[in-house]
Design a protein around this ligand. Sequence first.
Ligand code: ADE
Length: 265
Amino acid sequence: MAPHDDQPQVNDDSIASESHGKPISNIVIFIAMHTEALALVNRFQLIEDHDSLFPEGVPWVRYHGMYKDLHINIVQPGKDPALGVDGVGTVSASLVTYAAIQSLKPDLIINAGTAGGFKAKGAAIGDVFLTSEVAFHDRRIPIPVFDLYGVGKRQAFSTPNILKELNLKIGRLSTGDSLDMSAQDEASITANDATIKDMEGAAVAYVAELLKVPVIFLKAVTDIVDGEKPTAEEFLQNLAAVTAALDEAVAKVVDFINGKCLTKL
Ligand code: ADE
């Protein structure tokens, strides 16, 4: 039987097979914004790494510590050196994910963050989505095969037990470097059949696939893209409350992961 479209699938050949049989011990959680990460840093009592694994001078941040049997690392782009705002978007996301995988060799990556949601696809403010599939919506290259490369569709690691046990919503995620949505972006997001849109997911997936590390996505909805309110306003208005929902969901997923091997997720 063909797999259901919205069940996350994974090509097992793409993941280092030796990590499948033993319990997960080391996870990297990539979170783009400091506000989105703070509650988790406190919850897991993580400490900031001042003896950085990252190249000297970069603003990238790592918080780490043990929680139950897991070594947890939260990695972030940190503040843009010139402008002092969080380094959101695909460029920083791919660089930090690359550097974190190279130095920490995680068993699993979790990309946690906020997203815009489409009410026409069933999203509501505060929903936390587990993502089945990711793709880009702002890399239009209308030349055969380059078009597919631009869209960069990738599957999340399959976690049917997390989905069942934690009662999360599931949907496809579309990624682009803008908070707003142009008409062209909208057409691509529709073509991607996405329920949520963010600014990092597909970039994290690209790096994870290159370096053969399984990745899952937890995205909490701060704004309704096909609603009435201006996106930036709605995003800022809901950020704190929705971050609390994200924190709860990530904590439940981490508790579920503890002591399990990848194949039991
Ligand atoms: N993160 C939160 N809301 C978003 C949106 N509407 N688009 C992209 N990233 C987001």
